[in-house]
Design a protein around this ligand. Structure first.
Ligand code: 2AM
Ligand code: CA
Length: 262
């Protein structure tokens, strides 16, 4: 199957996943707590993942699956070979539960352990972000590039990892470091959407102390294909095989401004 057909199939599946999110009812009553503080899952996260596993499995039967819910949530050595879908059925589950927007569906297709195709869909604004490795990134079918503005004329977004309280002091030290060096800070509650904002050019830089592979695999490729730099918070290349800190900046942010100074 060629790249365009495969990408179109993933887009269709993400759009249907978005429909499940938009039609969700009684979300709070259908919410369960996972391990740790403020870590939720709803029946809809599980329903969307089951839908995506089934639909994408039919699209590319030889692909393996890594997804946040219901097990199958670890990258394994087998995923370094062939194809593997890496899926977050609902990124921004806390937003989904509380009614704060947005939440998105995130699907990356890894090829030999590296992101190859990516789809992030925001059903609340009907915004479809896509990317193909080496071919570019698109928003609703139009090519996107990250911003040319320097950090001092850009917004910075960050995630707080509330389920990992040991990271909060460092997270807020980083906020205090970046705040005087940028216009202002923003937090949406979905790392995939934050990274897409850097890719779309609305935001100059994003950081979070720890993300899971399914939080950043798809949006990370979209950001790279839009000209962004993406590394861990120490500036090392991402290995795309498990949890990591993530630092991502638009093409206008200089190397000197990129890394934290604390
Ligand atoms: P989620 O909504 O799919 O859970 C918010 O800071 C970001 O971190 C969201 O993208 C959220 O994804 C993600 N996240 C939630 N729990 C996490 C965990 N235990 N480890 C890393 N990232 C997590
Ligand atoms: Ca999720």
């Amino acid at each position: 199957m060629n790249t365009a057909t495969l990408l179109a199939g993933i887009e269709d599946a993400a759009r249907q996943a978005g429909r499940i999110m938009l039609e969700a009812a009684d979300i709070r009553a259908n919410t369960m707590e996972k391990e740790g503080h403020a870590n939720f899952v709803t029946v809809y996260d599980k329903r969307v993942q089951a839908y995506l596993f089934e639909t994408l499995g039919a699209l590319l039967p030889e692909a393996r699956f890594i997804g946040e819910e219901d097990g199958a949530d670890a990258f394994t050595e087998a995923d370094r070979h062939g194809y593997a879908f890496c899926i977050d059925p609902i990124d921004g589950t806390t937003n989904f539960v509380t009614g704060f927007r947005p939440s998105v569906t995130s699907v990356a297709l890894l090829c030999r352990g590296k992101p190859y195709l990516a789809v992030v869909y925001n059903p609340y604004s009907d915004t479809m972000l896509t990317a193909a490795q080496g071919e570019g990134a698109w928003c609703n079918g139009k090519p996107i590039r990250s911003s040319d503005e320097p950090l001092r004329r850009s917004l910075v977004m960050f995630g707080t990892a509330p389920y990992l309280p040991e990271l909060s002091a460092r997270t807020f030290a980083l906020c205090a470091d970046y705040l005087p060096r940028c216009i202002d800070l923003r937090r949406t509650g979905t790392a995939a959407w934050d990274l897409c904002n850097v890719a779309m050019g609305t935001v100059g830089l994003f950081f979070e102390m720890q993300l899971q592979l399914w939080d950043y695999a798809a949006a990370g490729l979209i950001a790279m294909e839009a000209g962004c730099r993406i590394t861990d918070l120490a500036g090392n290349a991402l290995t795309w095989d498990g949890p990591s800190s993530v630092l991502c900046a638009s093409q206008g942010v200089s190397k000197e401004d990129y890394l934290p100074r604390v």
